[in-house]
Design a binder for this molecule. Structure first.
Ligand code: ADP
Ligand code: MG
Length: 477
């Protein structure tokens, strides 16, 4: 049988697809192009170095096995990486990588040469600066051990951990961690820093908020010490800048940060940035800086799901030596679904109240306290309400959800209403089924699955769902 690179690859994809999640498949395998098959070596083209490293780290054995199955035991896989050639505006070119090597792009003639002989003022005010003396400004409680992993943060956590094992030596440079307030950006960024300090005690790690960076810079302008400021930052091996959205519209600070960024990056130093929104949505930022942010990896942190919230609460309780009844933990995790900072806040006020009143924490006390904590806690949404919102959104008559209609638009609205009922109410699958014309629990399960699949594949549908969720959440408070 004659193989072509196309047929080998399309057969391989079928196998791969069965072995990983749809989301991973779409992210990591759909963008791959097969380009050549010669002497039993299959060459596939990947969009970036980062992509290549990710495949090698996560899917290498699956890839190898699959290719061998198609081409026999002596089959080999080679990558071709598309390289952006932005400096001279050429079309992207490619390089082949049979043997990967993370050679740092050494450029000793950086735009701002490092002058170690000078007596550099440390904006963190540590006199007699020597490289190793720079205090990292890290809080040791923010480490990987105390960071609970879940679907909400998996990419960021694993990229962050990879960075900490090889700072400056992965394609995740810069690593940009973004997400809403209280979702763990600072924790994760500092965990990376702390892990680097553990593993490489001689590396200089520095954590700074972009606000502090800005203020230091302004001070240095006033004191005629801008060069010291720049030199100081160029001494760092791992620079963590928290909340870079704060740089918006601060042109001179951005300019100086741009130079520091370039110098560090060119010298193989690691940059870790956090932001409250994805880089593409940062307004008031210079284009050249934004384009730098896109060099590495941007990973988002999302609101943790119910199970992860429980795990986080349990971790905190364990760390503080507290025990709470399971139903109390579930109650808190269920009702506080905004962010992790609030989850911790709820736990703390629970403990405070209990010790104040010298009472055991039971579910009644929890209800009372959490109710104050989240004003609208008692207003749980009903299935009726969810049905109403969904039907209004899709302009469908309410009754249709209970009928046997198989019209696509109705089926979708019905499935989505079931999905949201599962998400926002505490009703069992059986009860939910009842509300939809007496369907059984397996239909509800199937519906939830169908909605999940559709959200993974259809962006418009996903947007619709998040519109509807916003409406429902508004009514919860
Ligand atoms: P952000 O910087 O995104 O606003 P933080 O990093 O300050 O959020 O996190 C808020 C609180 O939640 C911190 O106390 C942090 O330790 C905790 N936290 C965040 N993510 C996790 C996690 N995955 N596991 C355990 N605790 C977390
Ligand atoms: Mg923060």
């Amino acid at each position: 049988m004659k193989h072509t690179f196309e047929s080998v690859w399309s057969n391989s994809l079928k196998i791969i697809k069965d072995n990983i999640s749809l989301q991973s498949f779409k992210t990591w395998f759909e963008p791959i192009k097969p380009v050549e098959l010669k002497d039993n070596v299959l060459t596939i083209q990947v969009p970036s170095q980062f992509f290549y490293e990710w495949l090698e780290e996560h899917y290498v054995s699956l890839l190898r096995k699959t290719i061998k199955r198609e081409l026999g035991n002596d089959a080999r896989l080679e990558y071709r990486i598309v390289v952006e050639n932005s400096s001279n505006g050429n079309a992207p070119s490619t390089v082949n990588i049979p043997n990967y090597n993370t050679g740092n792009n050494k450029n000793p003639e950086g735009s701002m040469p490092l002058n170690l002989n000078k007596n550099i003022k440390n904006p963190f005010i540590i006199p007699g600066l020597k490289k190793v003396n720079i205090d990292s400004q890290l809080n040791p409680i923010y480490n990987f051990d105390s960071f609970v992993e879940g679907d909400c943060n998996r990419l960021g956590r694993s990229a962050g951990f990879a960075v900490s094992q090889k700072p400056g030596g992965t394609a995740f440079n810069p690593l940009v961690v973004y997400g809403g307030v209280g979702l763990g950006k600072t924790h994760l960024a500092q965990a990376i820093g702390n892990e680097v300090k553990n593993k490489f005690p001689n590396k200089t790690v520095l954590y700074v908020s972009s606000e502090k960076f800005t203020n230091q810079f302004i001070d240095s302008l006033k004191n005629n010490a801008v060069n010291d400021f720049i030199h100081f930052y160029q001494l760092v091996d791992v620079l963590i800048v928290d909340d870079i959205q704060f740089f918006a519209n601060k042109d001179r600070t951005q300019d100086i940060f741009f130079h520091i960024f370039n110098h560090l990056h060119q010298n193989g130093k690691q940059l870790i940035l956090t932001s409250d929104r994805p880089p593409r949505d940062l307004e008031g930022m210079e284009e050249r800086l934004l384009s730098r942010f896109k060099w590495g990896l941007s990973a988002d942190l999302q609101v943790p799901d119910f199970e992860t919230r429980i795990a986080i609460l349990e971790k905190k309780m364990y760390a503080d030596g507290i025990e709470l009844p399971r139903d109390v933990v579930e109650f808190v995790a269920y009702n506080i679904n905004t962010n992790i900072r609030e989850l911790e806040g709820a736990l703390i006020s629970l403990l405070a109240q209990a010790s104040l009143n010298k009472k055991e924490i039971d579910i009644d006390l929890a209800k009372k306290i959490i109710k104050n904590f989240v004003k609208s806690i008692s207003r749980e949404v009903s299935i009726d309400y969810i049905q109403k919102v969904v039907c209004e959104y899709f302009s469908i008559q309410n009754d249709k959800l209970k009928e046997k209609t198989r019209k696509r638009s109705v089926v979708q609205a019905r499935q989505l209403s079931m999905f949201l009922s599962k998400m926002y109410t505490k009703n069992s699958l059986k009860v939910i089924g009842k509300y939809f014309g007496g369907r059984d629990h397996s239909t509800v399960i199937h519906s939830c699955q169908a909605v999940q699949n559709l959200m993974d594949t259809d962006d418009i549908f996903k947007d619709n769902v998040s519109d509807i969720q916003k409406k429902i959440q508004m009514s919860i408070g």
